[in-house]
Write a protein that binds this ligand. Structure first.
Ligand code: FAD
Ligand code: PYC
Length: 405
């Protein structure tokens, strides 16, 4: 209907599927659209389709709280998230689309000795690697974020905070639309409202294409980037992936005048908050405690988060909430992603970003395109193998995930 508006051009074309593509990407979230864009831009592979069962960005890309940071613990993760951060810094120019990347600082609150030791360990690891991260006293934290209650009598007293100043937020749907437009401009086919229902293999076991609600579409290579539904899609090729899918919820308040200058996270009390450019407080919770494909979570999870927000920022006690929703996150046992070849030749998987993959969007997409185009990983995603859950070479980022699981 929007397209009927005078002067409003479609941002990407919506062609009928071809009989066959060089590459099919399953899932039109930021990761899938971005991978298609980088396949075209950096590898000259333009006979590509992104197949999305709903609408672009309608999965976790459009449901997340858009926090961007690169303060992870292990080298493998720091490589990837910092690669992503650098791409965020130039993304609006690269796509010629304003993704509203806003490096307003991400501050993680420390409430006890354990938090303090863990954050300081992360700060030292990050700084050794050249990534900015610094320790703040409670007074410095309050100066950075004036609404914060740092009184000693607070329900959840604060003994300091870790601050990554280059961290921040971006506009989620603009990321999906920006990648979609730029990919479409380079010849990528974007096919929405088309569900992948099967993955076909030839007599030699190699991928030959996908069954969809619009019929069979052939492909030399298939990259699955289906976030919370990865296990469902990979099962179509007989590949088991070590993921648990569960709802993660967020909510927004009525719009307020500018009041909250940065992003604040507290894993210990299960809450994170920022203010969108529309003025809404954007608040998120920990994951629901059960596995599910429902995009609605339990009410007690978000009321618990709001209790914590009201304790940390008493001035928000009378603010009204407008909407809440859930997304399905795909968590691995070590809380690090999988970006890997699979036992099926020509089939690649990008998943396991769980509660933290929005920040990874450009970096993950860029590295997934490399993996698919060259049939071998880039040095930055070489550790994200499916195999590591068999060999035991895990990358334990449970603390850096910073969202209660
Ligand atoms: P998605 O955007 O979910 O894309 C996958 C797509 O695959 C979907 O559009 C889906 O419809 C499609 N699909 C699935 N099955 C099929 C099929 N059979 N056929 C065709 N298409 C299919 N991360 C952060 O870094 N910072 C945050 O602040 C943050 N907050 C979050 C808050 C919430 C409430 C949630 C839910 C997540 C949050 N995350 C955050 C995590 C982040 O949203 C995800 O890791 C990331 O967006 C995943 O992107 P994606 O493109 O892989 O997935
Ligand atoms: O990974 O930074 C993160 C995050 C914040 C909220 C949800 N995930």
């Amino acid at each position: 209907a929007m397209r009927a508006h005078k002067g409003w051009e479609a941002q990407w074309t919506s062609p009928e599927p071809r009989k066959e593509y060089d590459v099919i990407i399953v899932g039109g979230g930021g990761h899938g659209l971005g991978a298609a864009y980088y396949l075209a831009k950096e590898h000259g592979i333009t006979n590509v389709a992104v197949i999305e069962k709903g609408w672009l960005g309608g999965g976790n890309t459009g449901r997340n709280t858009t926090i961007i940071r690169s303060n992870y613990l292990y080298e493998e993760s720091m490589h990837i998230y910092e690669h992503s951060m650098k791409l965020w810094e130039g993304l609006s120019q690269d796509l010629n689309y304003n993704v509203m990347y806003s490096p307003r600082g991400v501050m993680m609150l420390s409430h006890n000795v354990h938090d303090q030791q863990s954050f300081k360990r992360h700060i030292h690891a990050n700084r050794l690697y050249g990534i900015d991260n610094e320790w703040l006293t409670p007074e410095q934290a309050k100066a950075y974020c004036p609404p914060l209650d740092i009184s000693k009598t607070a329900r959840y007293p604060i003994n300091g905070a870790a601050l990554q100043r280059r961290g921040g937020t971006a506009r989620h749907d603009a990321v999906a639309w920006g990648f979609a437009r730029a990919a479409s401009d380079r010849g990528v086919h974007i096919i929405q409202n088309c569900e992948v229902t099967g993955i076909r293999r030839g007599p030699d076991g190699r991928v030959t294409g996908v069954d969809t609600s619009k019929g069979f579409i052939g492909a030399k290579k298939v990259g699955v980037s289906a976030a919370g539904h990865t296990t469902v899609v990979m099962q179509m090729a007989g590949v088991r992936v070590p993921l648990q899918s569960s709802p993660l919820q967020a909510l927004v308040s009525e719009p307020l005048k500018p009041i909250f200058p940065c992003v604040v996270m507290s894993n210990t009390v299960h809450a994170y908050i920022s203010q969108s450019d529309k003025g809404e407080l954007v608040i998120g919770a920990g994951t629901d405690q059960y596995n599910s494909y429902s995009q609605t979570g339990g009410l007690q999870i978000i009321t618990h988060t709001l209790d914590a927000i009201c304790e940390l920022f008493p001035m928000f006690r009378r603010v009204k909430m407008m909407r809440s929703w859930g997304g399905i996150v795909d968590n691995t046992p070590d809380r690090s992603a999988i970006q890997s070849k699979t036992p099926v030749p020509g089939l690649y998987v990008n998943c396991g970003w769980g509660t933290g993959g929005f920040k990874a969007t450009p970096g993950s997409a860029n590295l997934f395109a490399h993996l698919i185009a060259r049939d071998e990983p880039h040095k930055f995603n070489a550790g994200l193998t499916l195999d590591r859950f068999r060999t035991g070479r895990l990358i334990d980022e449970a603390a850096a995930a910073a969202v209660a699981h």
